[in-house]
Design a protein around this ligand. Structure first.
Ligand code: HEC
Length: 216
């Protein structure tokens, strides 16, 4: 006779899974909802400008997040290469988050201002032109496709309803800020701000100081 355990009852299985998932939510999500430092940062950090927001959508549309993470783990080698680990306050405006789960290419959490706009343009057009051994695909159409910006104000309104502090002026001027720009211009604007609000200072929480990190 087969052994009878909880896997024979769908009801018990559903109840158990719900219970375990609720416990994780209690332990991880609820404390962050009341975390004062996150709330403070939320009010001090400007949200993405209209063009950057349009660029973020292209990042998602082109699947950049399938090869690139935006998430520094609490690991000394990783911190040595990319700077301090990702913290909850870095992601308060991220809907959806773009942490990614696979690194075919390097992490882009702090790639902003690492290269010039021109470097990014050459790289997106043909990565092999600037990094001969690159396996990244080319994205030449980004330079001919132009944006009309029609959907940006509506997106901003949705994001505002989720807590991102866009002002009426941000929303009213969004369409004109994006209209006529190429997809590449928007994407590069998005890439160039990555990390500017994510200070590289090593966090005390990691227990790794900068000397240790550099020697790794
Ligand atoms: C098939 C995987 C793949 C995809 C998809 C991909 N990349 Fe890459 N990317 C790479 C690899 C590999 C590298 C490292 C070699 C190089 O610099 O070209 C890289 C490097 C980069 C770098 C330089 C990072 C650094 O710190 O030097 C940037 C910026 C970048 N990619 C942006 C993008 C963007 C934006 C997209 C989407 C339009 C994208 N990538 C899509 C694989 C990918």
């Amino acid at each position: 006779m087969p052994r009878r355990d909880f896997s024979h009852s769908v009801v018990i299985l559903i109840v158990t899974v719900t219970l375990v998932a609720s416990l994780s939510a209690l332990a991880w999500v609820v404390p962050n909802m009341f975390n004062v430092s996150i709330r403070q940062l939320e009010s001090s950090r400007p949200p993405l400008a209209a063009l950057e927001l349009a660029g973020r959508d292209i990042y998602i549309l082109e699947g950049c997040n399938t090869c690139h993470t935006q998430m520094i783990r609490h690991d000394a080698r990783e911190i040595a290469r990319y700077g301090g680990p990702s913290l909850p306050e870095h992601d308060v405006y991220e809907f959806p988050h773009l942490w990614g789960s696979k690194r075919t290419g390097p992490d882009l959490f702090r790639v902003g201002e690492k290269y010039s706009n021109q470097w990014h343009a050459l790289h997106l057009k043909n990565p092999r032109q600037v990094v001969p051994e690159s396996t990244m695909p080319s994205y030449p159409w980004l330079f001919t496709n132009r944006l009309d910006g029609e959907d940006v104000p509506a997106k901003m309104r949705v994001l505002r309803s989720l807590g991102i502090p866009y002002t009426d002026t941000d929303i009213d001027t969004a369409r004109l800020a994006v209209r006529g720009k190429t997809e590449a211009e928007a994407l590069i604007a998005y890439l160039q701000q990555l990390g500017l609000n994510r200070p590289a200072a090593l966090s005390m929480e990691t227990g790794v100081d900068s000397d240790t990190a550099e020697s790794l």
